[in-house]
Design a protein around this ligand. Structure first.
Ligand SMILES: [Zn+2]
Length: 176
């Protein structure tokens, strides 16, 4: 990660705040914020980013799944910017899988998430959009959405034994 894109780290109070709804998606402040978030995500190996992670307590998330060293099994998709997102659970079953977070470097954990959800959000033109998301994409969204509520993925972990180091996680991935 390049130093010019600074990510809020666990312990910073902004990660524990409820983010504010966007009133005007076309305001210069929001347009600049989204551009900055897209650049930040491109510079890191993340698959998603929430505005509070770059010190802006605003309801915007980006999901941008792509395979990388951090997420070797991630499917490839174009980055989707979601403003004022919400979601509905379509499949009540939760599935545990590995997550990490740019705000919590060095560790990974197994986190239970809904497998299938319907996401509603505003796009950058202010149009209502919906997206049915499953598995890894649904997981990324729920992770980023939590950031807007002042939650981090560690809050969702069921057992401390489900938390491991990044180094051990890489060994697990290499073994697969
Ligand atoms: Zn995160």
């Amino acid at each position: 990660m390049k130093q010019n894109y600074k990510i809020a780290q666990l312990g910073h109070p902004i990660l524990r705040q409820q983010a504010e709804h966007v009133e005007d998606v076309c305001s210069p402040g929001i347009v600049d914020l989204i551009e900055y978030m897209l650049k930040t995500l491109a510079e890191t190996n993340g698959v998603g980013l929430a505005a509070p992670q770059i010190f802006e307590s605003t309801c915007i998330v980006i999901i941008a799944s792509r395979p990388s060293k951090r997420y070797p099994l991630a499917p490839k998709m174009e980055a989707v910017v979601m403003i004022n997102p919400s979601f509905e659970v379509l499949l009540k079953t939760k599935h545990k899988d590995w997550e990490g977070c740019l705000s919590i470097p060095g560790i990974r954990a197994l986190v239970p998430r809904y497998q299938k959800i319907k996401i509603s959000y505003l796009d950058q033109q202010g149009e209502n959009q919906q997206l049915i998301a499953e598995d890894f994409i649904a997981r990324i969204f729920q992770h980023e959405y939590d950031h807007l509520k002042g939650l981090v993925y560690l809050d969702r972990v069921e057992n401390n034994k489900d938390i491991i180091s990044e180094e051990e996680f890489q060994k697990l991935m290499d073994a697969n």
